[in-house]
Design a protein around this ligand. Structure first.
Ligand code: TXA
Ligand code: MG
Length: 328
């Protein structure tokens, strides 16, 4: 649990945009208006900032986030566009459409933000304040709706304050969000598929494509229910088996450690990485996916994972580890 912060609310003028950029650069959390709803922004390239964002929202799992950018050119650094995706971006950006696309090579967005998927959600908001912050910051910003997990999405700065006071650094107040519902999410990973209905009607999208969108099974992209693994694109799962809550290491195993203590046999581990030497769950979340990948490459028959507490982000970390350890 993090100590309460002072949450500032600033009218959306040039100084507020400057403050927003300051906090984003420092790994802070900044709520800002978009045309759909208020977003809770963090530097998409900073895993620690993204971990803090999940903590502030109180999400029980690491659902993948949308990376917000100024336009198509910036989006192309993050994702690969096929013909359909290019058509939709051309027709509807900036605007309330999020595209889920294959990640580009060298995509700088933190693994935690895409929860280890090989796809990425990208959106170009049609809102002057959001655009100014993104342009001045110059990097992608992940922004889920700026509410506590399970609450309704905020369309005013007051809604954001009621939910997140003391948990984020800044709220930029740009008045009410005109659309009032989240963006429509369409995956272009194969035949375009509607993952979440939203501010842009399906008919408008189908008119531009010239054919009907495939429909995802219900709840495919809901906020609090993670995507069914393997439905659209596979969730990252290590090839190496995982053994959770390990209190000893068998020679030759890789060790995913947590906290300052050493467990029996640790010196015989084939490779060891610590999620957080000091036992900080935010740091642990920031390291989770990259450490799993690295240990997966160590050539060990098994990755032993030390127990992780279940409070705060520990719930999401344990959820993810349980999925990674599930029999396949
Ligand atoms: O209007 C909006 O989209 C707002 C504003 C702030 O931009 N943001 C928003 O973010 O609604 P969030 O995190 O509440 O919703 C993101 C949605 C979720 O349904 C998530 O499952 C889906 O996008 N999503 C993100 N990445 C995905 C991926 N790689 N594959 C499939 N779905 C993805
Ligand atoms: Mg939401």
């Amino acid at each position: 649990m993090t100590a309460p912060l002072v949450t500032r609310v600033s009218r959306a003028d040039a100084a507020a945009v400057g403050d927003a950029v300051h906090w984003l650069r420092a790994g802070g959390l900044v709520a800002f208006p978009t045309e759909t709803v208020y977003g809770l922004g963090a530097d998409a390239t900073n895993a620690h900032a993204v971990a803090r964002l999940y903590d502030a929202k109180g999400r029980p799992a690491f659902n993948p986030l949308i990376s917000h950018v100024t336009g198509v050119a910036a989006a192309q650094k993050l994702a690969r566009f096929d013909g359909n995706a290019a058509k939709l971006a051309e027709a509807f950006w900036p605007g309330p459409l999020t595209l889920v696309l294959p990640k580009a090579d060298g995509c700088p967005v933190a693994e935690l933000a895409t929860s280890g998927l090989d796809s990425i959600a990208v959106r170009v908001p049609h809102h002057d304040v959001a655009q100014k912050i993104l342009a001045a910051f110059g990097r992608p910003v992940v922004a889920p709706s700026a509410n506590r997990s399970g609450h309704v999405s905020p369309t005013t700065a007051g809604h954001v304050l009621a939910d997140l006071r003391g948990r984020i650094e800044l709220i930029v107040d740009g008045g009410a969000s005109p659309v009032g519902v989240e963006s429509t999410v369409v995956a272009c990973l194969g035949p375009p598929m509607l993952l979440r209905p939203g501010g842009l009607p399906r008919e408008d999208i189908e008119r531009v494509l010239g054919f009907a969108l495939a429909s995802a099974p219900p709840q495919a992209a809901s906020d609090d229910a993670p995507l069914a693994p393997g439905m659209l694109t596979s969730h990252y799962a290590p090839r190496t088996l995982l053994r959770l809550d390990a209190n000893a290491v068998t020679a030759g195993e890789a060790l995913l450690a947590f906290g300052p203590s050493r467990i029996e046999g640790a010196e015989n581990a084939k490779a060891t990485l610590n999620l957080s030497q000091s036992g900080d769950l935010i740091e642990a979340a920031a390291n989770l996916f990259s450490h799993l990948r690295t240990l997966d490459g160590a050539g060990a028959p098994m990755i032993a994972v030390m127990p992780i507490p279940h409070d705060g982000l520990g719930e999401a970390i344990n959820d993810r580890l349980k999925r990674a350890a599930a029999p396949r």
